[in-house]
Design a protein around this ligand. Structure first.
Ligand code: FES
Ligand code: FES
Length: 152
């Protein structure tokens, strides 16, 4: 099935089986491996991307459902000038350990901050509640999101 995937502002025509997950197509057809696959069952948030600005678990989203819509992955956060402020805040706060959860955390936090630029700690916890960190770095991650909030 031929669809046009719009990812980070670029259109990628792909010819895929209708049951392919968005995460699989992003990683294996387009080569955007920043999006991680952990549980592959909508449990861990490692595969989180933004679809028309809203966070979705891309492992449980069919790629064909995104035809013509706007997908943003972690690769779309930085620009030519360098890391996005939220990415830098995550590094500065020590919120990255093994890094496997980091792309998903960043995408959920980006969605949260776009709707609520100055969230409370509780609101950050809720906003990231679908994202698991097996390195248990939650305190630093929450600190990073909070520290980036005023400038986002
Ligand atoms: S890989 Fe998608 S939620 Fe875990
Ligand atoms: S930094 Fe390792 S899973 Fe979160």
């Amino acid at each position: 099935m031929k669809i046009n995937l719009n990812v980070n502002g670029v259109t990628f025509p792909v010819d895929i089986e209708p049951d392919r997950s968005l995460s699989g197509v992003l990683r294996n057809e387009i080569g955007l491996t920043g999006t991680k696959e952990g549980c592959d069952d909508c449990e861990c948030g490692a595969c989180m991307v933004l679809l028309d600005g809203h966070p979705v678990n891309s492992c449980s989203y069919l790629a064909v459902q995104t035809d013509g819509r706007q997908v943003t992955t972690v690769e779309g956060l930085a620009d030519a000038d360098g890391l996005a402020p939220l990415q830098q805040a995550m590094l500065d706060a020590g919120g990255v350990q093994c890094g496997f959860c980091t792309p998903g955390m960043l995408m959920s936090a980006t969605a949260l901050l776009s709707e609520n630029p100055e969230p409370t700690v509780e609101e950050i916890r809720i906003g990231l509640s679908g994202n698991l960190c097996r390195c248990t770095g939650y305190a630093k991650i929450i600190e990073a999101v909070g520290s980036d909030a005023p400038s986002t």
